[in-house]
Design a protein around this ligand. Structure first.
Ligand code: PEP
Ligand code: MN
Length: 353
């Protein structure tokens, strides 16, 4: 069961609902998004039905949700959610580009990649400080130093930062530096991590596991929502199939399916699905035309020297076509591609960095 509160519900009214449910032997999980508060109920549904919760002050609707995920289901929330990341919207109405290096390697590389990101149309900067690598011998990321570099580049460029957290123990530290926490494909069912990012109060980018069904993915999102956080963006990043010509198979159909089942925004990652530079633009186009709310792409100033995922990073020559294509396709889909508004003082001149 889910309680949808009215926009004017006060904290005292929400607390009164929670206490009423608890007195009846149930549990109530309050989840907050930028524009809404919903309360998920756990316990005896018949008993809840007798509480007359629908008549309590601050309550808009009480609904029985038939799907296995409740808070992220579209059943109680027909409008699609817009998640805001430090003021940058992701959701219906816009196409949001997130771009940056796979891994933060140095201040210069990250700043150069951020400049490419801005040229590509990005309004958010991606970059990993903690890298979940298949091999323990591969570059694992700069850790805290990487987070500091991201914060420095944000100060320089004005781009809010999206970065991955791979352990529940690191959530507070990463949340201190980042504007959005990424949970990667390999951690989609790390339930302790999902609950920790759910408690963090930061928007979360939840990637689909490479072998996860859409239902498992939405149930993973439900873990985050149940711990209080409705600011979740889903990311389709390719699933593992028999096909070897691409790194993973981008499941474009996941975009409309997820939008049908859930109110959460969904973006695609053409870099980690295609795995090759020349596939990134066509897959980005496919995702946007399928209705994706945005894309997240790898860019690198010098992929030949990249410590992680160089072959899939866009380079300077690719960037203008990507920017043009995203602007055109956003318009074709009746959406807006927001442009990076920040103009900074660089060497005495005011200009886009
Ligand atoms: C990444 O975005 O750098 C990454 C590791 O992606 P995924 O979790 O989708 O493999
Ligand atoms: Mn990567």
């Amino acid at each position: 069961m889910v309680i949808v509160t009215s926009p004017s519900a006060t904290e005292a009214e929400i607390r009164a609902v929670v206490e009423c449910v608890e007195r009846a032997g149930g549990e109530a999980f309050v989840s907050r998004g930028v524009r809404q508060v919903v309360i998920g109920l756990l316990g005896d549904v018949e008993r809840f039905a007798g509480l007359n919760l629908g008549r309590m002050p601050g309550v808009n609707r009480v609904m029985r949700i038939t799907s296995s995920y409740k808070l992220v289901s579209r059943e109680h929330h027909p409008e699609r959610t817009v998640v805001e990341v430090a003021g940058v919207p992701i959701g219906a109405g816009t196409v949001t580009v997130i771009a940056g290096p796979c891994a933060v390697e140095s201040p210069e590389q990250t700043l150069d990649a951020a400049k490419l990101a801005i040229r590509s149309g990005a309004t958010l900067l991606r970059g990993g400080a903690f890298k979940p690598r298949t091999s323990p011998y591969a570059f694992q990321g700069l850790g805290l130093r990487g987070l500091q570099i991201l914060a420095e580049v944000r100060a320089e460029t004005g781009l809010p930062v999206v970065t991955e957290v791979i352990s529940a123990d690191d959530v507070d530290m990463v949340a201190e530096h980042a504007d959005m926490l990424q949970v990667g494909a390999r951690n989609m069912q790390n339930f302790a991590l999902l609950q920790a990012v759910g408690r963090s109060g930061k928007p979360v980018l939840l990637k689909r596991g490479m072998n996860a069904t859409i239902e498992e993915w939405l149930l993973a999102a439900e873990y985050i929502a149940q711990r209080g956080n409705l600011d979740i963006v889903l990311c389709e990043r390719g699933i593992r199939t028999f096909e070897r010509a691409t790194r993973n198979t981008l499941d474009v159909s996941a975009v409309p399916v997820v939008q049908y089942l859930s109110h959460l925004p969904v973006i695609i990652d053409p870099s980690h699905s295609g795995g090759r530079r020349e596939l990134v633009l066509p897959l980005s186009r496919a995702g946007v035309v399928a209705g994706a709310d945005g894309i997240i792409i790898d860019v690198h100033p010098d992929p030949a020297t990249a410590l992680c995922d160089g072959p899939q990073a866009l380079i300077a020559e690719d960037i203008d076509e990507m920017a043009r294509s995203m602007a055109e396709l956003a318009a074709f889909m009746g959406r807006t591609l927001l442009r990076h508004p920040i103009v900074r003082v660089v060497g005495g001149d005011r200009r886009i960095v």
